[in-house]
Ligand binder design. Structure first.
Ligand SMILES: Nc1nc2c(ncn2[C@@H]2O[C@H](COP(=O)(O)OP(=O)(O)O)[C@@H](O)[C@H]2O)c(=O)[nH]1
Ligand SMILES: [Mg+2]
Length: 350
């Protein structure tokens, strides 16, 4: 920070110096090293660089005053950004895209500058000048160990982990992994056993499921059972989602979209998944999309994402996510989940 500030004043002084015409007075030896011609070229270059940098600094200063918005969906080149109830079509400033450490993701808070034009749907067009610091982050699970994890959702407060005993059958080990994915990214996990109307069908083990949920509750994790056909749990779900930003997680087919549409019939969560193309040639690179709930709050559906990454989780700090393993109260299935996650982690933090 301090270094940056010093740099800024140095650039400013350099520009002032040039503009006041005193640049030549600075370095007689330097001048002698160049022929008249190349010295002129050198000057032009210095002038351009100094002015360009001064202009860049001025812009960075001004971004503090720009309005903020929230990213609703990201396409390959464009993004939908909502600010004050108005949806804008945005592009990221080229120079920012080059220097930014990560790319723009759903849920990002940004500063934008309106450019005075509208798209074919009449929405204002704007340039994103800055991504504001994230409070939480979810990454894509990366099978290539050691490669930087790729963020996919920012600033969500909680993760609704949906599972079902039938169609598809639950895999508790993956639920344990999703809990770590949520907690490591700074999100509160909520476990929702959906399709409770199907419980008792041949081959299921509702007693074991009830025991598993009771164990999670002992670990301080909020759990609920739900069904869109019987309506069980839907009021609890409304209360849990109200005024919160929630990411949906869980295998395809467990009923994530159905649950949200059951509590908010006006929403169609299938839209984000299929509208890969719109007028300006926008293609979805990530189908993750944020929806506003009339009851208050936001949900983010990530239909393209099978598994979230474990943000900053290492072999050293994994036990912190398994307090039951640490204090020897973990049942066998939790010990197995712990071992499986441990084995999947690289030896060094990435
Ligand atoms: N019996 C039963 N079926 C459900 C329930 N919730 C969802 N489904 C069905 O499960 C299928 C997959 O649901 P969907 O919402 O698309 O799952 P998603 O892939 O997790 O978003 C659909 O045929 C739903 O009608 C439920 O509570 N009970
Ligand atoms: Mg869905």
């Amino acid at each position: 920070m301090a270094g940056k500030r010093r740099d800024k004043s140095r650039v400013k002084n350099l520009t002032d110096l040039y503009l006041s015409g005193n640049m030549e007075a600075q370095g007689p030896e330097a001048q002698q090293r160049f022929s008249q011609r190349s010295a002129q070229a050198q000057h032009r270059k210095m002038e351009q660089t100094a002015l360009l940098r001064a202009a860049e600094e001025a812009e960075i200063g001004q971004t503090e005053l720009l309005p903020t918005g929230e990213v609703v969906q990201v396409y390959s080149l464009f993004s939908d950004v909502e600010a004050g109830g108005v949806m804008r079509l945005c592009v990221v400033r080229k120079t920012m895209a080059k220097v930014a450490e990560t790319s723009l993701v759903v849920g990002d808070h940004v500063r934008f500058r309106d450019i005075g034009s509208t798209d074919e749907q009449g929405r204002p067009e704007a340039v994103i000048e800055r991504i504001l610091p994230r409070t939480t982050v979810l990454t894509r699970a990366d099978s290539f160990k050691g490669i930087e994890q790729q963020p996919i959702v920012a600033n969500a407060e909680q993760m609704l982990i949906v599972l079902s005993l039938h169609e598809p059958e639950v895999r508790w080990g993956l639920v344990d992994r999703m809990i770590v994915a949520a907690q490591s990214g700074g999100l509160r996990p909520i476990v929702c056993l959906n399709k409770s109307d199907l419980a008792g069908r041949a081959g299921d083990d509702i007693e074991s499921a009830t025991e598993v949920l009771a164990h999670y509750v002992r670990l301080g994790i909020r759990c609920l059972e739900s069904s869109i056909t019987s309506g069980v749990g839907l009021n609890d779900l409304r209360d849990l989602l109200r005024n919160k930003t929630t990411v949906l997680a869980g295998h395809s087919g467990v009923g994530k979209s159905s649950l949200i549409m059951a509590i908010e019939p006006s929403l169609d969560l299938r839209i984000g998944a299929i509208s890969g193309y719109t007028g300006k040639g926008r293609h979805t690179t990530s189908s993750a999309r944020r929806y506003r709930l009339a009851l208050g709050g936001l949900v983010i559906d990530t239909p393209g994402v099978k598994l979230f990454g474990l943000w900053g989780v290492t072999r050293e700090n994994l036990p912190g996510y398994f307090p039951d393993v640490e204090n020897s109260t973990a049942p066998q299935w939790r010990l197995e989940s712990f071992d499986r996650i441990m084995k999947s982690l690289p030896r060094e933090e990435h």
